[in-house]
Design a protein around this ligand. Structure first.
Ligand SMILES: C[S@@+](CC[C@H](N)C(=O)[O-])C[C@H]1O[C@@H](n2cnc3c(N)ncnc32)[C@H](O)[C@@H]1O
Length: 259
């Protein structure tokens, strides 16, 4: 590590701890930083990618659904577009679609709209506690439990109705122990994991992996996001285990494809 990197690392450990309040107040720009967390060093960098193909600007059906859901999601159009397209990619595989971590329903409705178009036989299972994040632990950064409780099953039902979808099944409770038994699908072709913390995500993987055939897809939101280091750790462990083909997308998605 260079002296410049060491200095940046020290400053940014401090900034990480104080949640960037310092930067926001002073309007300073810090393009990269290093952070130590539980004995591991993570590097973070602000990146941009000029002149990139941007199909999310062109695809009318995607634009329509994104305009409908954007007030109900924490996920921006790039990741929503990727979810939309991944449904198409798994459309020839057997199985339903599962999302754990629904909040107000935005990404779930994106998935269900894509399924209506490309995988009409599939049901889309949307699972959430509707009382916020659970199972936060020492592997996680920032999350302590209870975040994102500002939702309800009624909010999601209302969005599903406005999107005119009839392929959605909403399950309320902690996944998998309180709700997974209601999922009667033999296979899951695509699973979107958006639960913010290590243990919840790890239990989803344990439940879903035996139900996935070769080519099925696990998408992790928040991979690489400094507030969700538990998700980064879990995905890196899964990558190293070798069961999955690992794709690191710079938009804060990790995509794992079953070998
Ligand atoms: C970041 S939000 C999901 C955001 C959503 N996908 C969107 O479109 O903005 C995370 C959600 O995960 C849910 N959650 C976390 N762990 C869970 C678990 N084990 N079972 C069910 N829901 C869980 C929380 O209740 C919260 O609503």
């Amino acid at each position: 590590m260079t002296i410049r990197e060491r200095l940046s690392g020290g400053l940014n450990n401090f900034l990480d701890r104080f949640g960037y309040a310092f930067i926001r107040i002073n309007r300073e720009y810090v393009p990269f930083r290093f952070v130590s967390h539980r004995g591991e060093t993570y590097g973070y960098e602000d990146i941009s990618c000029p002149d990139t193909l941007a199909p999310w600007l062109i695809d009318e059906e995607f634009k329509e659904v994104y305009n409908l859901v954007k007030g109900n999601t924490l996920v921006e159009n790039y990741r929503c577009y990727e979810l939309f397209q991944l449904v198409r990619e798994v459309s020839r595989l057997p199985g339903d679609i599962l999302e754990v971590g629904v909040w107000q329903g935005g990404t779930g409705v994106v998935l269900a709209t894509a399924a209506k178009r490309w995988k009409p036989e599939a049901r889309v299972w949307l699972c959430d506690t509707f009382t916020g994040v659970v199972k936060a632990g020492e592997r996680d950064s920032q999350y302590v439990g209870g975040e994102h409780a500002d939702t309800s099953i009624e909010i999601v039902n209302d969005l599903v109705a406005r999107a005119q979808l009839d392929n959605v099944m909403i399950l309320e409770g902690i996944f998998p122990e309180e709700t997974a038994a209601q999922i009667d699908a033999a296979h899951i072709a695509l699973c979107h994991v958006d639960v913010d913390v290590y243990e919840s995500a790890a239990e989803i993987v344990r439940w879903v992996e035996p139900r996935m055939v070769s080519g099925a897809c696990l998408v992790f939101d928040d991979y690489g996001y400094s507030s969700c280091r538990g998700i980064t750790k879990l995905v890196d462990e899964l990558r190293d285990a070798g069961t999955w083909i690992y794709i690191f997308n710079l938009n804060k998605h990790a995509i794992l494809i079953k070998r």
